[in-house]
Design a protein around this ligand. Structure first.
Ligand code: 13P
Length: 248
């Protein structure tokens, strides 16, 4: 049986009163699962996650962070602050950060390095827009994003990263990549990581409208090790079905 990583990205959705029962249920679901379960939540709920998930099988973390240690960056959160609250994970370079907050490959790289230095596992996101795919630029864009994100990272640290291929056109649209499309890019990314960075094996997630009805097919693809889940992680019964996915 392949060990899968099922990690939720809550984005800006749930509130305190919803999260208490959610974390409780998630702890119970994860305790019966042979897969790895994680959830990334808005900053203000990380304390609640620590309180409710510490000591459970659920990994938790943030959806973003700043790359500086400290300073005059109003509204920002540092890696050390996340570490203070026991974060295992942090999502870096999500396409929504790139699209709505003008995050660049260079900033993604600085964040990845800072997370590693602090001992938090970065989930490095990459993926093309529909326009880029239609123009035949998918591989070029992905190579640029990955090499940009990974500049000056040691071979040893490379092994500590989680990657997430998230085609922008599949995020929140209800239309996922086909299993073949997802596999093709995850394989391409793994080959690139092997050839350019000596990464022999890495955790490669797929994200973009992953849901109970398409998870089995997508997650059974050989180059895909799990999912980064937006919408479907918000309803605990859907997330549960995803967590219970079993593939050979
Ligand atoms: P959806 O699952 O809602 O498409 O979101 C995917 C995503 O962006 C996870 O980071």
């Amino acid at each position: 049986m392949k060990k899968l990583y099922l990690i939720g990205n809550q984005k800006m959705n749930m509130t305190y009163s919803e999260l208490e029962p959610y974390f409780e249920k998630l702890t119970e679901i994860a305790s019966h699962s042979t897969n790895v379960v994680g959830v990334c939540v808005p900053y203000v709920y990380i304390n609640l996650a620590k309180y409710m998930l510490d000591g459970s099988k659920v990994l938790f973390g943030a959806e973003n962070m700043h790359y500086e240690d400290k300073g005059a960056f109003t509204g920002e959160i540092s890696a050390q602050m996340l570490n203070d609250f026991g974060c295992d994970l942090v999502i870096i370079g999500h396409s929504e950060r790139r699209q709505y907050f003008a995050e660049t490959d260079e900033q993604v790289n600085l964040k990845v390095k800072k997370a590693l230095e602090t001992g938090i596992t970065p989930i490095v996101c990459f993926g093309e827009t529909l326009e880029e795919r239609e123009q035949g630029l998918t591989h070029t864009v992905i190579e640029r994003q990955l090499t940009g994100a990974l500049a000056d990272i040691s071979e040893e640290d490379m092994g500590r990263l989680i990657f997430a291929y998230e085609p922008v056109w599949a995020i929140g649209t209800g239309v996922s990549a086909t299993p073949e499309q997802a596999e093709e890019i995850c394989l391409f990314a793994k080959k690139l990581l092997k050839e350019q960075y000596m990464v022999n094996d890495c955790i490669m997630l797929y994200g973009g409208s992953l849901k109970p009805s398409n998870a089995q097919e997508i997650l059974s693809k050989p180059s895909i090790n799990g999912g980064l889940i937006g919408g479907a992680c918000l309803k605990v019964s859907d997330f549960e079905q995803l967590i219970n996915t079993k593939v050979e």
